[in-house]
Design a protein. Structure first.
Length: 445
């Protein structure tokens, strides 16, 4: 299969496509080509940092579609304009920024004889590591900066028995981890309350669904995508302690200033957020905790930014996604006054990104000596080694249950002759390099 991978925008976008390319090359049967190489699939990672970026993104999608290829679009432009992009000629999928890993599934599904609608055995070499399963769509909130709730409509959920069926299929196909995704995952099942879908089982909610999946399937590891802080309940915390639900939560904070949070129409205040997160971290050791933060929201002066900085310093986030605010047409926030100038947004983003890097580094440092379950995503290629440089080392990249990226040097795997992609191995964290933990496989007796 010939695949073209094209990106616009920042280094993050570029590195994401490099990751996708590395992963695809490791699976064989795929040629990476340019638009002039008669691609069958084009993946376009779009950008929306300026109006010009929006324009360039649309142009690139049109050029890709003109080749006759199926076009998969992701990145910030399609994130903000998913319906418009979906309607563009030739576009087959619009993939959310949080689900870019699923692009690997989409492409390899084309060459694998085991898809979720086909129970044939998965051929060796085509094994994927994580399956992204959408269980929910839409959102009933109306955050003032967000266009997604308008684009996606009211919250609605996939029926629980269908979710269980698809998780079982994913396990049969060899997946060791299923990631449950949705636009507003924490609203799962709310619309079932008054229906006859579930009888005598209590009010269905996300925790209820997780209990059901864990009881009725053999999925080795289940992971949640983004959740709102108010949707983390005691039942969920218990499940996070149980071993099969990955100890990882992504909880968007957006701002640490209460006035800005109100302007954003978020449903919590900073004190409530801090209290809940501290409780979680106390109860669940080595919890991986991610967040999203918007800098430069209208009205964010230095005092408001300092409040955000102070909350972020206090909370034990293990990684952070920092976004500079830009007004989106059709949102309430686009009409707010007191816009923040670009250089200020840039400076504040830089401060938060430096803090994020430091938090990640110290989290990995604290993990030294711990043994984590690592799902191998790709390996066996020289140069694919935690940024050590092409051809310098050789090893395996994976993701731990707490979402730390782990690199296992090949020299630690001689006892076993290597590790297959998609396998789960226990590895002791022995060091770190450039934002990745270094792991040493533990041989269990
Ligand atoms: S919770 Fe807010 S930010 Fe998230 S999709 Fe709904 S409206 Fe948008």
């Amino acid at each position: 299969m010939k695949v073209a991978l094209l990106t616009l925008g920042c280094k993050v976008n570029q590195s994401e496509l490099i990751d996708i390319e590395t992963s695809l090359r490791g699976r064989g049967h795929i040629n990476i080509v340019g638009l002039d190489g008669a691609p069958e699939i084009c993946v376009i990672n779009t950008c929306s940092v300026t109006a010009k970026s929006d324009y360039q993104s649309r142009q690139l999608i049109r050029r890709a579609a003109a080749t006759g290829a199926r076009v998969i679009v992701t990145g910030c432009y399609s994130e903000l304009n998913p319906l418009a992009v979906k309607d563009m000629k030739g576009v087959s999928h619009v993939v959310s920024n949080n689900e870019k890993d699923s692009i690997i599934n989409m492409i390899t599904d084309e060459i694998s004889s085991c898809t979720l609608d086909n129970q044939a055995a998965l051929p060796r070499g085509a094994r994927r590591s994580r399956y992204f399963l959408k269980i929910q769509d839409g959102c009933d909130y109306s955050c003032s900066y967000c266009i997604v709730w308008k684009a996606r409509g009211r919250a609605r959920s996939v029926r629980p028995d269908e979710v269980v069926r698809r998780v079982r299929r994913a396990v049969e196909c060899g997946y060791k981890e299923v990631v449950l995704t949705g636009i507003h995952l924490g609203l799962y099942g709310r619309e079932f309350d008054d229906s006859n879908l579930i009888r005598g089982a209590g009010a269905p909610c996300l925790s209820w669904l997780l209990e059901k999946i864990l009881a009725e399937t053999d999925v080795p590891r289940l992971r949640l995508s983004s959740l709102e802080i108010n949707e983390v309940d005691g039942r969920l915390l218990d499940l996070l302690k149980g071993g099969r639900l990955a100890r990882h939560l992504h909880l968007p904070l957006q701002s640490g200033d209460d006035r800005i949070l109100k302007l954003m129409k978020r449903h919590y205040d900073s004190a409530g957020f801090i209290g809940k997160v501290n409780k979680m971290v106390k109860e669940i050791p080595s919890l991986g905790l991610g967040t999203d933060v918007i800098v430069g929201f209208p009205g964010e002066g230095e005092p408001e930014f300092k409040n955000t900085l102070s909350v972020l310093r206090e909370l034990p986030f293990t990684y952070m996604h920092v976004f500079a605010y830009s007004p989106r047409p059709g949102t309430e926030a686009a009409h707010l006054s007191a816009a923040v100038e670009s250089p200020i947004k840039k400076r504040r983003s830089g401060i938060l990104r430096a803090l994020a890097a430091e938090k990640k580094r110290s989290f990995i440092e604290r993990l030294k000596g711990e043994t984590l379950g690592v799902l191998i995503e790709r390996g066996g290629e020289a140069g694919d080694c935690a940024g050590a440089g092409k051809g310098v080392c050789f090893g395996y990249r994976g993701v731990a249950d707490n979402y730390v990226k782990v690199f296992i040097p090949a020299e630690y795997t001689r006892f076993s002759g290597g590790i297959a992609d998609g396998s789960l191995v226990n590895a002791e964290i022995v060091g770190q390099k450039e934002g990745m933990a270094i792991g040493k496989p533990v041989i269990l007796s």
